[in-house]
Design a protein around this ligand. Structure first.
Ligand code: IPT
Length: 934
């Protein structure tokens, strides 16, 4: 989150899932966009991120790279890597020299506070077997150790392939359903089978450490032209668009998906089931029909090999793709002998893609659960009573049996409409048969059993008051169980009062049920006292209604918009004298150039955003057109002008990375006349480098070949290239190296809040332009969103069919927050977090519009929309600019934006006298401009 203060919100949400750790990638290219200049300032500062994790009570598995993949440009490698010789992701000296500074610097960041239990993730990532390079791995380990990283190092292999097992905690990844957001319900029939060899691999490769699966399909990325998620920095590689929401449990706008509540059930079960941690699968292969006799089911027996008592039976469909319901009985061995369950008659059911864990001889406090087919959500011992929560799908039949050490107590339904059947089993055991429907509470001696259907189970939260000392938030003692609410974040205790914090997302009253020690007789929610009622079985209930105040959002269509031409480069008066001359004769790039000078943007230090090329040539009189093959990555596009005349575009599609375009000249060019071809292209990010010793990330962006039609001998006298202002010495240190591309507007700082557009014409992006080209639009609006709520916002386009071929980029208070490609999609809604948006004050919105067709383009509509309304206890979100390092920057610059020289169009920059970059922040410019000769 570029709004650093939002980390805590996300981390608390993860903590409330019942998780105890997060794993995070760090991106070398963000920290060292220019070789040797490594920054941890502003949004790059890792300390607020680590502090937030500490505050939430989460361990961090830090994954610093140097290679991360992660659908980022270059897989995390900095752009300058594309012109650095040698094979990367190997022990090649040039690579070692390249990464050492970064690895030392980030290692030092990770090691900074020794009392933080941060686990440094070994950076190696995954490697193909044939490139196995143990020298590389041991050097990476050594570099982290040399800067004080003492915690265990891990490595994640792309699959359990046994690469780099000489590490503290070896582990691997698995995405059994591949990457297909279009069909989330279609699972691969063999998705289960494909993971069955993992245990054997663990025993083979890392028997002495944890069986660690570092990535296990939590969702999937979606490509350009894909199906869409229902999210930000433009740091993507070409395979993904702006948003990288992944269909995850916590959506890009930080709202909770149903998946969140499902994960909560699983995480909570694991955190109260220590026997699970010391268990081993006994049978893995040929599990079809095991324990059930039903060939359509696979059941794996997982036994606790330390306690030697508890068993877990994992049941799932043989064919992972089916949505069928299977019925079954389980024949299991228990401490009272072999049982066929259900023991009171009927049968169990497994619905579609469900998987269940049935427990046997499971300890829940002083209660022994002889078996339970109802799955365990959690249990807690509160005031000497064992509270056990079990769940199943609505209407499913289940049994839970208890084993007593003395006489069997009576089982009584104390709440709810459900009924139970009971049967005494051998060894002082009693089984209860029930349906999981709604919520029914049964008391059996000192044990209280909550029988829940899935929807009711989703409502429960397990909270732990902080203990004392450095790791207070990590306490797993004194659980308080609470039912109700969209999100409960924390509980603290003072005297007899429980103080809860949480979020509510509906104005319908929420019913809380609090299961806490009797010493607590009062409670507050977000500081407001709850009116409590005691249930007959000793828990507390209360009602709470959320306050979701209405807010008025600006109607963007009704705002005053200003506009200016962002393609003055095609005007005859335009001078590219200050541009970089593309004159390299050689490149280390593995793609040999087909042109007399190298026309790869990366070789000239431009690695992101739009790139402009200018070719100056003398006509022979025979040229009839121009052909060029450009490469920008999937979904890229380009447009070509001869002088001020538009020749045509490749508007792009979802999959094409390089395109060969042919463009006719409208007239014969007089012999000896001089001309300029201007080419505007998109750069969709560098390719990843999935294969360790490959060079994929060096795949060039730029012009692969060109020729003049009609006369093959015409030569370009000089090629010029422009990308983001300053290239690797990028101008806007606050917003980072990936914020700006090479559009004229970006080079001038038109997207920045402080720019003065008073002299501009009035014009809105919904009016657009009537010709091919680039226009830039600016407006500003106020927001006034009250405190105490979390109202995420998004900028939403509607797809335009009239002039479909256009690209638009969004800038919010100077931050680029989206690249919209109308003719490719799928993304039309671009979330912008609070903190980037000023929720209580003025905001500047900038939009670039690149029309690729002669008929021009306009936006059909653009709106600012709420994506959710939540009453929230999240910490206040200061504006990004309020972060101390940004204030320092701002002060140094004399304003919050960039002190760039703005040349009012249509004035030429020809007379620029000098431009001195003094350091990252201070720019001193002296200039003169010449009026256009019009
Ligand atoms: C796995 C990468 O480790 C991760 O960074 C990401 O790119 C993910 O793929 C896809 O979203 S590698 C895995 C496919 C073996």
């Amino acid at each position: 989150m570029p709004s650093q203060s939002l980390h805590l919100d996300v981390f608390q949400k993860i903590k409330s899932l019942g998780f105890n750790a997060i794993s995070a990638y760090f991106f070398w290219g963000i920290h060292e966009p220019k070789r040797g200049e490594i920054s941890f300032d502003g949004f790059r500062d890792l300390q607020p991120f680590f502090d937030a994790a500490m505050k939430a009570g989460l361990y961090v598995i830090a994954r610093p790279g140097p290679y991360i993949n992660a659908e980022t440009t270059g897989g995390g490698f900095p752009g300058w890597g594309t012109y650095t010789p040698g094979l990367w992701r190997t022990s090649n000296t040039s690579y070692v020299e390249a990464y050492t500074g970064y690895m030392k610097a980030i290692g030092a960041q990770i090691a900074k506070k020794p009392n933080y239990q941060r686990r440094s993730r070994n950076p190696c990532g995954f490697e193909a077997p044939f490139t196995e390079d143990f020298t590389y791995e041991s050097e990476l380990k050594a570099v982290l150790r040399s800067v004080g990283v003492t915690v265990p190092l891990t490595v994640n292999d792309a699959w359990p392939g046994g690469h780099f097992v000489d590490i503290d905690i070896y582990g691997y990844d698995s995405y059994p359903n591949g990457f297909d957001c279009a069909h989330p319900n279609d699972w691969l029939p063999g998705a289960v089978d494909s993971t069955e060899y993992f245990w054997g691999a663990h025993l083979q490769f890392s028997p002495q450490s944890l069986n660690a699966v570092y990535e296990f399909q939590g969702g999937a990325f979606d490509p350009w032209g894909g199906a869409g998620y229902e999210g930000v920095f433009s740091t993507a590689h070409p395979g993904v668009y702006t948003s990288y929401d992944y269909g995850s449990a916590i959506a890009e706008d930080r709202t909770l998906r149903e998946k969140y509540y499902e994960l909560k059930l699983q995480a909570n079960f694991r955190s109260v089931s220590p026997a699970f941690l010391t268990s081993r699968p006994i049978n893995i292969f040929s599990t079809q029909g095991s324990f059930t006799g039903n060939q359509a089911l696979k059941t794996t027996q997982v036994l606790d090999v330390v306690g030697n008592k508890t068993g877990f039976y994992v049941v799932r469909q043989t064919d992972a793709s089916t949505t069928a319901v299977q019925t079954y009985n389980l024949t299991l061995s228990t401490s009272i002998g072999t049982l066929t369950i259900p023991t009171i008659g009927g049968s169990l059911a497994l619905n579609g893609k469900d998987s269940k864990i049935h427990v046997v001889d499971y300890a829940a406090g002083s209660t022994t659960v002889l078996y339970s087919t109802g799955e365990i959500l959690t249990w807690a011992t509160i005031d000497k009573r064992d509270i056990i929560l079990v769940y199943g799908n609505a209407g499913e039949l289940h049994e839970t049996a208890f084993k007593f050490t003395s006489a069997i107590p009576a089982a009584t339904v104390v709440s709810g409409t459900g009924t139970i059947k009971t049967k005494v089993l051998a060894g002082n055991s009693l089984t209860l048969q029930y349906q999981t429907t709604g919520q029914t509470v049964v008391q059996v001696g000192n044990t209280v059993l909550y029988i829940l259907d899935r929807a009711n189970a989703y409502d429960f939260w397990v909270l732990h008051p902080a203990s004392t000392g450095a790791f207070a938030q990590f306490s797993t003692q004194n659980p308080i169980l609470v039912k109700g609410g969209y999100l409960l974040r924390s509980v603290s205790t003072t005297g007899g009062t429980l103080a809860f914090t949480g979020d509510l997302n509906s104005t319908a009253p929420v019913s809380f049920e609090i299961i806490a020690p009797a010493a607590f007789q009062s409670a507050t929610f977000n500081g407001v006292k709850l009116a409590l009622t005691k249930t007959r079985y000793g828990t507390l209930t209360a009602q709470k209604t959320a306050t979701l105040p209405a807010v008025t959002l600006p109607n963007l269509a009704a705002l005053k918009w200003k506009t200016a031409d962002s393609l003055p480069e095609i005007q005859s008066q335009y001078s590219d004298a200050l541009w970089t001359v593309a004159d390299h004769k050689t490149t280390i790039n593995p793609t040999p150039p087909n042109t007399t000078v190298v026309l790869y943007a990366g070789d000239y230090g431009f690695h992101t955003g739009n790139i402009l090329w200018r070719a100056h040539f003398n006509a022979t009189g025979a040229e009839t057109g121009f052909a060029a093959q450009l490469q920008g990555g999937s979904a890229f596009g380009f447009s070509v002008w001869l002088d001020a005349t538009f020749l045509g575009s490749w508007a792009g599609d979802a999959v094409t990375s390089a395109f060969n375009g042919t463009f006719s000249f409208p007239t014969v060019l007089p012999k000896g006349s001089t001309h300029v071809l201007t080419i505007l292209q998109d750069h969709m990010g560098n390719e990843e480098n999935w294969w360790a010793a490959g060079d994929d990330f060096k795949t060039p962006r730029g012009i692969l070949s060109y020729s003049f039609l009609g006369n093959a001998t015409t030569t370009v006298s000089v090629w010029k290239v422009a990308g983001n202002l300053g290239g690797e010495s990028y101008a806007d240190h606050s917003r980072g190296a990936f914020n700006e591309g090479g559009l004229f507007a970006e080079r001038q700082g038109w997207h920045l809040p402080g720019f003065n557009d008073a002299a501009w014409a009035v014009g809105a992006p919904t009016q657009g332009i009537a010709h091919a080209g680039v226009a830039f639009y600016r407006t500003s609006f106020d927001l006034n969103i009250p405190a105490g709520v979390d109202y995420p916002l998004a900028l939403v386009f509607t797809n335009s069919t009239a002039n479909p071929h256009f690209r638009a980029q969004l800038y919010v208070n100077g931050w680029q927050f989206g690249k919209y490609v109308n003719n490719i999609g799928p993304q039309t809604s671009f979330p912008v977090p609070q903190g980037i948006l000023n929720y209580n004050g003025v905001n500047t919105l900038g939009i670039s519009l690149w029309a690729a067709d002669a008929g021009g383009a306009r936006l059909d509509s653009l709106a600012l929309k709420l994506t959710a309304k939540v009453e929230s206890s999240m910490a206040p979100v200061p504006l990004f600019h309020d972060l101390p390092s940004q204030l320092t920057n701002a002060k140094a610059r004399g304003s919050l934006c960039c002190p760039r020289v703005i040349f009012p169009t249509p004035l030429s920059v020809a007379g620029l006298v000098s431009l001195d970059v003094l350091d990252h922040v201070d720019v001193s410019i002296s200039y003169a401009y010449l009026p256009l000769k019009r």
